[in-house]
Design a protein around this ligand. Sequence first.
Ligand SMILES: Nc1nc2c(ncn2[C@@H]2O[C@H](COP(=O)(O)OP(=O)(O)OP(=O)(O)O)[C@@H](O)[C@H]2O)c(=O)[nH]1
Ligand SMILES: [Mg+2]
Length: 237
Amino acid sequence: MGGGGSDGDGYSDWAVLPCPPRLADVSLALVGKVGSGKSATANCILGDDAFESKDSYRAVTETCQKRSREFHDGCATRTVNVIDTPGLFDMDSTAEDVQKEIAKCMDMAKDGFDAMLMVFSAQSRFSCEDEKAIESIKLLFGNEVLDHMILVFTHGDVVGGESRWKKKLTDSAPAYLQDMVDLFADRVVLFDNNTSDMQQREYQLKNLFRAVDFVISRNHGRPFCNQMFTQIKVIQC
Ligand SMILES: Nc1nc2c(ncn2[C@@H]2O[C@H](COP(=O)(O)OP(=O)(O)OP(=O)(O)O)[C@@H](O)[C@H]2O)c(=O)[nH]1
Ligand SMILES: [Mg+2]
C-alpha cells in the first residue's frame, strides 16, 4: 500500500496524483484548392488515416467531415476537432455547390472554429487559382476570417525542407503571396505529410499548434462563428 494518506481502500492514492488540466477544445477547419493536401494534413494532425487522401485526377473529398483527437503533453490535455472540406475549383462540381458544402463546416464546429487552415502545395507554382482560393474564402466567410487563418504549405519533403522553402518564398513568391506571407508572419507553416520520421512529425505539429495558440490568443479565445457566410458569392474558376 502506498503512502500519501491512503486509508487502505486502494483508491485514495489516486486523489493525490496530479491531474493534468484540461484545456478548452480546439476546432480547426481545413480549406483550399482541390488536391492541395487538406486531407493528408488533417490525417497528420490526427495521427491516423481518418480522411481519404490519395493521388487522383479528380476531387477526392466530397463532403465536410469531422474527426477528433485528444492530445496529452504531460502538462495539459485537450481535444482537437479537425474538419476536412471539399476542395475549391473541382471540375465536377459547380463553385457554388462546393462553397455551400465548405460552409457546412460551420455546422460541424458547433461553437465555431478557432483556426482555419488555408492549405496550398509548396511544390507547385502559386497561380491565379491559388489567389482566387483565398479570395473565395474571404467572400464566403467574410474578412474577419483572416484573423483566424493560418497558411499551411504541404509537400515540405518536395521543396527540400524549411530553410530552402523560406528562401524560395523570399526569392520567388509573386506579390500577392509575398503580401500574404508578410501579413500572416507567425502563421505560416510547412508540412511534410509523407514523413515517417516521428521527430519531424512532432516538430511540425508543434509549429502548427504554436500558430493555433497565437491565433486563439489574438482573438481573445473567441472562435470564428460569423453567420454571414450564408450569403454565398461565387468566384468562378
Ligand atoms: N510528397 C507529398 N505528397 C503529399 C503531401 N501532402 C499531400 N500529398 C499528396 O497529395 C495528394 C493529394 O492529397 P489529398 O490529401 O488527397 O488532397 P486534398 O486537398 O484533400 O484533395 P481533395 O480532397 O481532392 O480536394 C495525395 O497523393 C497526397 O499523398 C506532402 O506533404 N508531401
Ligand atoms: Mg481531401
